[in-house]
Design a protein around this ligand. Structure first.
Ligand code: NAD
Length: 346
């Protein structure tokens, strides 16, 4: 298999294969681009069905981080790590220390953090052997509330652009997924006077949303076809796909989930249908903005992070305005803006 010929290989600066026989570590660290600063992006622990899937994931996710960090105005490049295997059987201090050693060997070109199946406790072990770790307990901590604030501001920007409304009072929002980010987002939307329709696989959280926020609960399948202003994917990726796109009645798609579009062509389809899509990596950057302050040498200040998250509103407005001016999908415009920012820093 040739890495250079993979579809997702995008002139990545460095791809490192790390292994440690004793602990069973098999990991890939992909550094996509460091024009803006050291690369940063989480580490995912996943039982990939083959190594090519793991490489593809690392390549794709690290490129996504370059674009996300650039659009968030951060002096950070894009990187990502994947650890291959079943976290339930493989997790050990020895494995995370071996991973930490590999991160440390990159001398600060890559800062790691939590991603899928990695906890702050795991990262604390990594931190025993390297300082190039962020998102630690007692420092920037849980990114959820910051991501929720950014997503809330992104919905406000989209409603302003698409419906010319300054307030969310009376706006209806269908939220898919009430986890760390989704529930916090719902609290903000409720406070702003929005009407909530929600779904989740967790009945307890649905009951909570019903009693605390007056949310209407619908089934997993029915969330797409609700007669609402905004559809907000806050659970899984690829929720905008061939089977869901035609069910949407919302005129805005804006949520925190990563990789909301199953394929790029779904961004084009949303645009053609007059549905305003807030590109996921722009609207959900609140968490990485918070983490970035931990990486920069100044002392971490959550108040400063909250201020920076407010920039997401204006960034999205620029994306929406350029998309309208050029009659092109918002995702294409955001990618282009990101590439310009990265290119200027060369
Ligand atoms: P989480 O695990 O806390 O919450 C996910 C929620 O989705 C859970 O309540 C879960 O029960 C629910 N869910 C799972 N499958 C579902 C389904 N089929 N239909 C409806 N609900 C379902 O995760 P989170 O941290 O809130 O992140 C949510 C999304 O946002 C993820 O895609 C994540 O990658 C993305 N994201 C999160 C952050 C962050 O700061 N946490 C930052 C950027 C992007």
């Amino acid at each position: 298999m040739s890495v250079f010929n993979l579809v997702d290989f995008d002139d990545h600066e460095q791809v490192v294969f790390c292994s440690d026989e004793e602990s069973g570590l098999k990991a890939i660290i992909a550094i996509h681009n460091t024009n803006l600063g050291p690369s940063a992006g989480g580490c995912r622990f996943w039982d990939y069905s083959n190594e090519e899937d793991a490489i593809t994931d690392a390549l794709r996710l690290s490129k996504g981080m370059t674009y996300k960090n650039a659009m968030a105005g951060l002096k950070l490049g894009g990187g990502k790590a994947v650890i291959i295997g079943n976290p339930k059987n493989l997790k050990s201090d020895a494995l995370f220390k071996a991973f930490g050693k590999a991160v440390n060997n990159l001398g600060g070109r890559y800062y790691t953090a939590e991603d899928v199946n990695i906890t702050t406790a795991d990262m604390a072990v990594v931190n025993q052997v390297t300082d190039f770790v962020s998102g630690l307990e007692g420092k920037s901590g849980n990114p959820g509330p910051f991501t929720a604030l950014g997503t809330f501001l992104g919905i406000k920007a989209a409603v302003k652009h698409r419906l010319n409304l300054d307030s969310l009072e009376g706006i209806s929002v269908a939220v898919q997924g009430l986890g760390s980010v989704g529930y916090s987002l719902c609290e903000k939307l409720h406070k702003a006077g929005a009407k909530l329709i929600v779904t989740d696989i967790n009945q307890d959280i649905l009951n909570k949303a019903k009693s605390e926020l007056g949310a209407k609960v619908v089934s997993l399948d029915d969330i797409y076809k609700q007669d609402v202003d905004v559809f907000s994917p806050c659970a899984l990726g690829a929720s905008i796909n061939d089977s869901t796109i035609n069910q949407l009645k919302a005129v805005v798609v804006a949520g925190c989930a990563n990789n909301q579009l199953a394929a790029n062509r779904h961004g084009k389809l949303l645009h053609e249908k007059g549905i305003l899509y807030a590109p996921d990596y722009v609207i959900n950057a609140g968490g990485i903005i918070n983490v970035a302050l931990e990486i920069y040498p100044e002392a971490y200040d959550p108040a400063q992070a909250m201020i920076l998250v407010h920039n997401i509103y204006q960034t999205l407005m620029s994306v929406f305005e350029n998309s309208a001016k050029e009659n092109r999908p918002t995702g294409e415009i955001a990618d282009e803006m990101a590439r310009q920012i990265i290119g200027k820093a060369t």
